[in-house]
Design a protein around this ligand. Structure first.
Ligand code: DOR
Ligand code: ZN
Ligand code: ZN
Length: 435
């Protein structure tokens, strides 16, 4: 039996802070209470002046591994996660080989065991009803569909495919998540430069895809989730649709802070799909987090090699796990978004939407805890990342709020800038289906 007490910190209750400690026994929270009332423990972690949050949940991470291990692998990606305060991540299926059938998912789960520093759940992607059943039985947490491109043979070129997937998701009690860009409006040729990329991914591609998804959500009753929302008009459509459909959406830290003007300065390093947008789009999405119409913040951690980012036809995406907390807490300290909006979007909201046992500090819960120093100012330095991708569009930004320690399953895996334990994460499986 191992035991750990976290004392003297400000504990997040779900709506505010209280002065309380946590007693952890093995991998579970045994008690929450004032310091003196906690049972004695082998180790006491003094969190004086720190915020103690439920471990952050990222529902949109690309851990890569397998053929893409040169971009990132389970060890590097989940090290980046815990360094950023994330204790649960959901891994996207556009891997090589891709997670488009149960066999691939089972192999990926087996391969992840023993290498992950945080808890990891997996997406599957398919447009076949039979395979959705198999993927669900093999434990996928949710389904993902890329509307804008074919991912190793799986495409959603016809609305019928999208509807089929949405119906299967409903039947198997899974959320169905979409990369919402309508290929009808995307440029036909591969963009060669960063500026080209922007022109070939116009806002109307997202808005059109969202309009389509709303229709399908209404018709099927499925739990539909829009990934990395980037446009004001897209959010307005979703807001209206919430009255009579089960639709949610997520925003990334980069779409909450950065604008398309950064492309001129950073070129390929700032290329991402959907692209960075206008100031007006950013302001609307920021408001969405503050008013709760954007329920979830997800990183879309999408590492590529530096060569792939700087060459012709730059790959879209960049690492995000290690910058999210600093960037988001800076929005809080500047009074741009209230603390509750950010923390709910990183904990309770994603956990609830994806039916994960996570996001809460309470007796009996798995001991996943994130300790943050709200005063600590620091400069983002990608050369220090645990991710293999050592670049960032936030490079050099001065931020306030730093992860001091991350606890996964009762083990302190990250403390004072260092990974200090063996991989302590477990694979999180979606509910088995009966039919
Ligand atoms: O920027 C992106 N990168 N958007 C995506 O949808 C895919 C991702 C990746 O896998 O690199
Ligand atoms: Zn995407
Ligand atoms: Zn992604």
């Amino acid at each position: 039996m191992s035991s750990l007490n976290i004392v003297n910190g400000k504990l997040w209750t779900g709506s505010g802070f209280v002065d309380a400690g946590i007693s952890i026994v093995d991998d579970w929270i045994a008690k929450i209470g004032k310091g003196p009332t906690l049972p004695k423990a082998e180790r006491v972690l003094n969190a004086k002046g720190k915020f103690v949050f439920p471990g952050f949940v990222d529902v949109h991470t690309h851990l890569r591994d397998a053929d893409y291990s040169y971009k990132e692998h389970f060890r590097s990606g989940t090290s980046a996660a815990v360094a950023g305060g994330f204790t649960t991540v959901l891994d996207m299926p556009n891997t090589s080989p891709p997670i488009t059938n149960a066999q691939a998912l089972k192999r990926r789960i087996r391969s992840a065991q023993g290498k992950i520093f945080c808890d990891v759940g997996f997406y599957g992607s398919t447009n076949s009803v039979e395979i959705t059943r198999e993927l669900a039985n093999a434990g996928c947490i949710a389904f993902k569909a890329y509307l804008h491109k074919t991912i190793n043979g799986v495409s959603f070129t016809s609305d019928e495919y999208i509807e089929t997937l949405a119906m299967a998701a409903k039947k198997f009690h899974r959320v169905v998540c979409f990369h919402a860009e309508d290929r009808k409006y995307l440029g036909r040729t591969e963009p060669k430069t960063a500026k080209d990329h922007l022109l070939t991914h116009p806002p109307k591609a997202e808005v059109s895809a969202i309009a389509k998804l709303i229709k399908i959500a209404k018709k099927t009753g499925a739990k539909v989730h829009v990934c990395h929302l980037s446009t004001k008009d897209g959010l307005n459509l979703i807001k209206k649709a919430k009255r009579n459909t089960d639709i949610t959406c997520e925003a990334t830290p980069h779409h909450l802070l950065l604008t398309e003007s950064l492309l001129t300065k950073l070129g390929g390093l700032a290329v991402v799909e959907p692209p960075l947008r206008s100031k007006e789009d950013v302001a609307t999405i920021v408001k969405g987090i503050a008013d709760g119409s954007v329920e979830i913040i997800a990183t879309d951690h999408a590492p590529h090699s530096l060569k792939e980012k700087l060459g012709k036809n730059p790959r879209p995406g960049f690492p995000g796990l290690e910058t999210a907390a600093g960037v988001l807490m800076t929005l809080v300290s500047k009074g741009i978004i209230p603390m509750g909006g950010i923390v709910s979007a990183l904990t309770t909201n994603p956990a609830r939407r994806f039916s994960l046992h996570a996001g809460k500090l309470a007796q009996g819960e798995r001991a996943n805890v994130t300790i943050l120093d709200p005063q600590k100012k620091w400069k983002i330095d990608p050369s220090k990342f645990y991710s293999k991708a050592k670049y960032s569009p936030f490079d050099g930004m001065e931020v306030q709020g730093r992860i001091m320690a991350t606890i996964v399953g009762g083990k302190v895996v990250f403390e004072d800038g260092q990974i200090i334990s063996e991989p302590a994460g477990k694979v999180v499986l979606g509910k088995q289906i009966r039919s």
